[in-house]
Design a protein around this ligand. Structure first.
Ligand code: NAD
Length: 258
């Protein structure tokens, strides 16, 4: 059974790749590419067979894969839940409480999944980072450094926050323990804080390093994305899973069997 697919944010860097890969994948039937700049899609030369729309259509049973803008997430979830369409969202920069509220409401009626990073490797890093933080204990200072291309709009990256969220959940910390960049007379490092630092440069697809540093040793876990296709392939893997799932809220750990 093919899964009807709608790509939201289809003219963007991620959306265009997802559309291209999905067109070549017999798992999916492309219903439409949707972007507020729908005209740009034609210029990109992708999805010539699929309708290119400026607003989400109604297609019961479809999966909407969203890589667009945090500002439209709540409305997208409402539209999908009201019309029996599942949601896979990779959009980052959505305020955590707003993300939870939109997902919980939609999950009562359709299958939903939102993940700051859809790559298999990064999801393994989330798990390892959590385990390392728990095992090494409070005497190890943790800092997370990320680098992205110079057009990225949010900072720190959703993936950096995915790493720190995993560490916080494993060690009883919260996002209030994060320290973003350091500037001026900040004083000595507070035990338990997690430093988070964002670099923006050139065409970097996405680098993340978590440092665990004690007295006498330094351990680093790193992930370097060479291509956006790792996220696009992960998003399609999630779409195939969500397209067959019953209503509820799912994670990449469910999709990847981690
Ligand atoms: P981009 O700016 O290249 O593309 C975003 C697209 O969304 C644009 O074409 C824009 O016109 C469209 N858009 C914006 N608002 C819209 C709206 N209201 N309705 C319809 N379309 C709208 O950005 P990108 O690099 O493709 O990244 C998109 C998002 O995905 C970002 O939040 C980014 O951080 C995130 N991202 C997530 C992962 C992951 O694995 N989860 C990987 C890469 C990027």
């Amino acid at each position: 059974m093919t899964i009807p697919l709608i790509v939201h944010g289809a003219a963007g860097r991620m959306g265009a790749r997802i559309l291209s890969l999905a067109l070549a994948d017999p798992t999916f039937r492309i219903v439409a590419g949707v972007d507020r700049q729908a005209g740009r899609l034609r210029d990109l030369g992708v999805a010539s067979d699929a309708p290119l729309l400026a607003a989400l259509p109604v297609e019961k049973g479809a999966v909407v894969v969203d890589f667009s803008h945090p500002g439209c997430f709540a409305v997208l979830c409402q539209h999908c839940a009201a019309n029996g369409m599942s949601v896979v969202s990779g959009t980052t920069g959505i305020e955590p409480a707003a993300l939870d509220q939109a997902l919980e409401a939609a999950a009562k009626r359709v299958a939903v999944l939102a993940a700051p990073n859809m790559s298999v490797g990064v999801n393994v890093v989330f798990q390892i980072a959590a385990r390392m933080a728990k095992t090494l204990g409070a005497d190890y200072d943790i800092e997370v450094v990320e680098a992205h291309h110079n057009q990225k709009k949010d900072a720190p990256s959703g993936t950096a926050l995915g790493i720190t969220d995993a560490i916080c959940a494993a060690t009883g910390r919260t996002r209030s323990d994060l320290v973003h960049g350091r500037d001026g007379q900040v004083g000595a490092r507070r035990k338990g804080e997690i430093g988070v630092h964002a670099l923006r440069m050139g065409d970097v697809v996405g680098d993340h390093t978590a440092y665990f540093v004690g007295n006498g040793e330094r351990i680093m876990i790193g992930h370097v994305a060479h291509s956006r296709d790792i996220f696009a392939q992960g998003a399609l893997r999630a779409a195939a899973y969500i397209g067959r799932a019953t209503p509820g809220r799912y994670t990449m750990a469910n999709v990847l069997g981690l």
